[in-house]
Design a protein. Sequence first.
Lengths: 136, 172
Amino acid sequence: MMADPLALEILCFRLGGILWGIEAGQVERIARPEEVPDGPLLDPARILGVAPAESGPERCLLLRPGAVLPVDEVLDLVPLSSNDLAALPPLIAGALPDERIWAVGKVGTEVLLLLDAATLCGTKTGAGDRAGQEEG
Amino acid sequence: MVASEETSWAERRAALLRQAAETAQAQEAREGVVIHLLLVALGGESYGFPLDRVREVVKPAPITPVPSIPEHILGVMNLRGEILPVLDPKRLLGLGEGASTSEGRIVVVKGPGMAAGFLADSVEDAIEVRGTLEPPLATLPEGQAQYLQGQVAHGDRLVGVLDVEALLHRRE
């Protein structure tokens, strides 16, 4: 079977007990917490409404818009084709404050929430929300 | 057949149909309409989903919570590749929180252009009730009445008939 040319490479990670995904192209690199350069640090509790693991972040994602997202665990890099993607149900999309979760991915029976780094970092036009960013 | 005979037959048929409709209406007024419900248990009480709105009933699959949304929306589930929002009617009805037990089931309902799952403690029965949909009792927990179409008598108890639209589109 031919690979889907439109498939996205998604970096999967766990944060606050939830499976998340972000396009690999939106991640500059993955670093240990002690290796993170100075820069805006995103607070998952404030920006995503999830409490990170008590043991603290295992890794940090350096996002291309220029912010750092601490995560509990980096899991995998998976290709998601159009068959593996779905729009958020309108009931849920309408209840979210913005488009930080732009779709869901289907990985087996699991559902991963796909994040938009630009919205998260407040750099997306119209997002206008830099709440949750802390100088770190 | 001459034209006058045809007219006479048509008039007779129309009169019979009118009479049949009136008889049915009178019977409905006397005995009440037939209501088909899927009975579910929510917090120790029985509630009914209108059966014509129920698409299927499934065992709970893993539900992925979505942060920053109202707490009565539990999250999303992957049902054979279809992503469905899953709601907790108990929270809306003021009956506590839905607990996932082995008896728990997700009732998938059809909405206009969408489907959604409702977590129930268990599914009891599919019933046919002949009666009148009465307005919800004033003694119901605060805020519950807005999520009910009404109540119907079933045996020796009153069953709340859930208003799927109101549950899906909670008024803030």
